[in-house]
Design a protein around this ligand. Structure first.
Ligand code: SAH
Length: 280
């Protein structure tokens, strides 16, 4: 079976830890769910998902693996395999003909690490364009360093623009760590399972595009105080006034503000500047 030899080109690392597989499936809490899996590989996770969910649609880029998977799992009527690049695929269009797989409500996947950012964006959307039909939950095996940023608390070293963008759209939690030796071949980095739960935004941004730009500029130069990074778009006095109103120390750096504080900052700046601030 040559085609199960992992290919570097597609960031293939087969998970072999039973314990990690169990934790992933448990975190997804499956019963009557329709699951989307990205990168089924040899199908080790897929088999477990098929046993626990109502249906599983899996998207795999590697044609040889697809042939193997179709041979092994093709007869299961709650399984649909789509060959292609998840980032290019219009999933809704692909699924129109397959009633049982339409509108998957959960994602469970051991994803290719080289495209983690774009995958998370595809699944959650962005601050200005959140996913039209948010998933109930998204359980992903990702590189540890990225996981740390996803669930980081404000003020911690790992908290950055990615943390704000993702935490604006979803609750993020760590499920468990997974070691490099739990894969074949072992990746160069450690890994972790995270669960993202898209949620209704309590205080939405009045102008999401403004918030998006503000976060980008605010984190522009990580070591600088926020008021210096934002100098070009809002005068220091106005910014300090807004920060004080929000009970945020005017000396703060970008990484000190939670996602909710960023939203308040954006909304208040827009109010103070009559909507003339950046990107509005
Ligand atoms: N889930 C398997 C394999 C994980 S490795 C396991 O746990 O063992 C990542 C998988 O994603 C590989 O099968 C790889 O071929 C696939 N992949 C890589 N890039 C992809 C893309 N753009 N779209 C869909 N699948 C992709």
């Amino acid at each position: 079976m040559r085609s199960t030899r992992p290919r570097k080109q597609f960031a293939q690392h087969w998970l072999k830890s039973e314990k990690a597989l169990d934790r992933i499936v448990k975190a997804a809490d499956l019963s009557g769910d329709r699951v989307l899996e990205i990168g089924p590989g040899t199908g080790i996770l897929t088999r477990r998902l098929l046993a626990a969910a109502e249906s599983v649609v899996a998207v795999e880029i590697d044609r040889d693996l697809c042939v193997q998977l179709a041979k092994q799992l093709g007869k299961k009527d709650n399984f649909l395999l789509l060959q292609g690049d998840i980032l290019e695929m219009d999933l809704d269009a692909q699924l129109t003909a397959f009633e049982r797989f339409l509108n998957p409500n959960k994602v469970v996947a051991n994803i290719p690490y080289n495209i983690t950012g774009p995958i998370v964006q595809k699944l959650l959307g962005t601050i200005s364009v959140p996913a039209a039909k948010p998933f109930d939950s998204i359980v992903l095996l990702v590189q540890k360093e990225v996981a740390d940023r996803l669930y980081a608390k404000p003020g911690s070293r790992a908290f950055g623009a990615l943390s704000v963008r993702v935490q604006y759209l979803a609750e993020c939690e760590l499920i468990c760590d997974v070691q490099a030796k739990d894969f074949y071949p072992p990746p160069k980095v450690d890994s972790a399972v995270v669960r993202l739960r898209p949620r209704l935004i309590e205080t939405p941004a009045v102008n999401p595009k403004h918030l998006e730009n503000l976060v980008k500029l605010g984190f522009g130069s990580k070591r600088k105080m926020l008021r210096n990074n934002l100098k070009g778009i809002v005068d220091v006095d106005t910014l300090v006034q807004v920060l004080e109103k929000l009970d945020v120390n005017p000396q703060s750096r970008a990484e000190d503000l939670s996602a909710a504080q960023w939203v308040n900052l954006s909304n208040n700046l827009l109010q103070m500047t009559d909507g003339r601030s950046i990107g509005s």
